[in-house]
Design a protein around this ligand. Structure first.
Ligand code: HEC
Length: 137
């Protein structure tokens, strides 16, 4: 009886601690992110547009990184390479289930990489499209 009482007492505070913990790794899913970016963009995600965007050569960014594929390669089911030569794990969530499960990581790298490639941040629509494609492979 004593134990059960203790469990009832502790459970709400444990739940509260989980609910109020800020962006931890593995705090989201590809589907949740696609939905959030689509909502922000005010339209549905378009995987084909995401594919075209990811594979295209852009201007406006740094000359040595004209495309997402510069580091992530043309085939997101395969690993890529950073400018430093450091390996990058595959981007397709089907072969790399850890992809797009950490909201802080997604925010950080979209900001950084879009600035490198486009010289600006990606729009919510572009992010929704890219994630929809990478999640469909
Ligand atoms: C200069 C190299 C480089 C370029 C160019 C680049 N990326 Fe990345 N990207 C990285 C690195 C390095 C990481 C972090 C390591 C990792 O996640 O494996 C990363 C991670 C990401 C992530 C986070 C993935 C996750 O698991 O949450 C997203 C999203 C992303 N990139 C999208 C893009 C998009 C979209 C473009 C094109 C606009 C792009 N990247 C161009 C190097 C690059």
């Amino acid at each position: 009886m004593k134990h059960r009482y203790l469990a009832c007492f502790l459970a709400p505070s444990v739940l509260l601690a989980i609910a109020t913990t800020p962006a931890l790794a593995q705090d989201t899913s590809p589907a949740a992110q696609i939905e959030a970016f689509s909502l922000e963009a005010g339209r549905a995600a378009d995987a084909e547009a995401g594919k075209a965007f990811f594979l295209a050569s852009h201007s406006g960014g740094k000359p040595d990184t004209p495309s997402c594929t510069t580091c992530h390669t043309m085939d997101p089911t395969k690993g890529g390479q950073a400018r430093t030569g450091k390996p990058i794990e595959p981007m397709a969530s089907s072969v790399n289930p850890a992809r797009f499960t950490d909201s802080a990581k997604i925010t950080k790298w979209f900001r950084r990489n879009c600035n490198s490639v486009l010289g600006r941040e990606c729009t919510a629509g572009e992010k929704a499209d890219v994630l929809a494609w990478l999640n469909s492979l």
